[in-house]
Design a binder for this molecule. Sequence first.
Ligand SMILES: [Zn+2]
Ligand SMILES: [Zn+2]
Length: 201
Amino acid sequence: MSTTHSLPEWAVAFHTHSCPYLAIGFRMGSLAMAALRFERQHNRGLLVLPEFGEGNPYTCIVDGIRAATGAIYGQIMIAKTFYGKLAATFFYPQRGGAIRYSLRPAFVDGLERLRFHALRVRGVDPSDMPSQVLEEALVWVDAQPDEAIFKIEHEVGFPYQQMELAYAKTLCARCGEYVMAPFVRVKEGRPLCIPCSYEGP
Ligand SMILES: [Zn+2]
Ligand SMILES: [Zn+2]
């Protein structure tokens, strides 16, 4: 076993099943935390930008990242970019830095040669797989050195500005519900929420 960031049981409970993607995300998040000297109990300041998008099996990695970093959606600590790439950037302005971790193609190819992947392609959920198949994948991932899994790039001058919190809101002229100001759509002079703007005045 070559990693000091093996998947803990509580992260598996958080994700509801054990899978190698979760382990990869947990390791990625743990390495980023150490590199940026970010501690999990801090609940703001860190911004994680996972690039995985949706509709691919690698999205489980995002839960691994969330488990390791404590990045929560409610505080805008994590926001997907939907690039569909197997990577994530971790930005922690207090330390002045951003670090991007991407999965090396050779590592992904190796992972996809395992029985786990063959079953996953056939639509078998990790929780329905024989335990040896899952174990084989987890042991294989654990045995890969960090450098073999991740390409690591330190991003200098990362172009991100912390969003200002806005409280301004308007009543939608159609449904009567509040809409936060930046999301108001004006149609024929009436302020509307986005769903009502689709339906006309
Ligand atoms: Zn998973
Ligand atoms: Zn409305």
